[in-house]
Design a protein around this ligand. Sequence first.
Ligand code: ADP
Ligand code: ASP
Ligand code: MG
Length: 409
Amino acid sequence: MTLYVYKFGGTSVGSVERIKSVAEKVKKVQDQGDQIIVVLSAMSGETNRLIALAKEIQTQPTEREMDVLISTGEQVTVALLCMALHELGCKAVSYTGTQVRILTDSAFTKARIREIEGAKMRADLDAGKVVVVAGFQGVDELGNITTLGRGGSDTTAVALATALKADECHIYTDVDGVYTTDPRVEPKARRLNHITFEEMLEMASLGSKVLQIRSVEFAGKYNVALRVLSSFKEGCGTLITYEESQMESALISGIAFNRDEAKLTITGVPDLPGVAYKILGPVADANIEVDMIVQNIADDATTDFTFTVDRNNYQRAKAILEESCVALGARKVTGDNTIVKISIVGVGMRSHAGIASTMFKTLASEGINIRMIATSEIKISVVVDEKYLELAVRSLHSAFELDQIAEEA
Ligand code: ADP
Ligand code: ASP
Ligand code: MG
């Protein structure tokens, strides 16, 4: 007997009709004599709707109340799916994160899972029931409801698969696998049969929202057999594996991008020890995450310092930097919140030279100015003006021949 964890995203449970078709799919697993735990997202748009409601009342609601609010979307879908399963004559039971006891830390809106109690679910499975769990949520030691960050149902699924030692974890979504880039931006994007955990981690952290980054970390750490598939179309999807691609010729596996970027620069900072700390310390104290950092030395013993932050934090970070500018006796603060980050990712980069120059040449030939560059072992990221996003992604996709990758059936 096989134990599956199936996770269905927002679009896959976006209407009553779709919930009914999820029920049919789940029933098939039971009919073939296997066990199944289902993890659901809220109906598509619901989490955003709830956030917008909150903002109508308070610009900065407490994160605790936000979690009480935004965890409700998933409670709706799990109950509806159980009803649909009951209609089909299947035994099924729904649980919220609190009811299962998905224990997390108390970092509201971005909690981390600490422990999952498996006994109740195990007993239900052994009694022939489908177990349906609300994704994205947990409970802390004190009984407060927590959520796991946007896209967190992926992480719930992988964590349940780990805790119950499931044989396979399937993430059903509105695309039929992980593509060379977001197919909404490049229609010529190709589905990958395999992608390594390492590459998927980079893709997710660089903006490919097809899987939440923590779900990939979790799956890699606990060796969960993780597959991304379509809810609507038959197919084998994409397997996330430790193995490197058989396609020797693939220099890069994918292109990720992040539209939620902003950059800030402070110029004419006296070039003394401790300057980076004095600039970034107050930003970190305000709980603002900094991504790329570039420091330049000018001839006159002053330095220019540029870094990127999430666009939502742009105004706050700018205000902090303006205070530091005065304190440090620096020249001025400038910023831009109309930039994006585009990254090419691939383990092939380790053994091939010249990938960066191909990337820069391609962007140059389209007249796209690169504003910042960062590299690591298996990725190269550039910051460009947001108006160039589509052009940059498509021209890189073609320059690295990603549209030539053969898709297997
Ligand atoms: P769900 O609601 O099922 O969790 P998401 O919207 O979170 O779905 O993730 C699926 C979406 O991820 C796709 O519709 C696609 O636009 C986007 N996406 C971004 N990058 C990629 C990629 N490399 N491969 C596939 N999909 C991607
Ligand atoms: N409903 C949550 C969100 O929209 C969690 C998820 O769908 O994974 O982010
Ligand atoms: Mg998602």
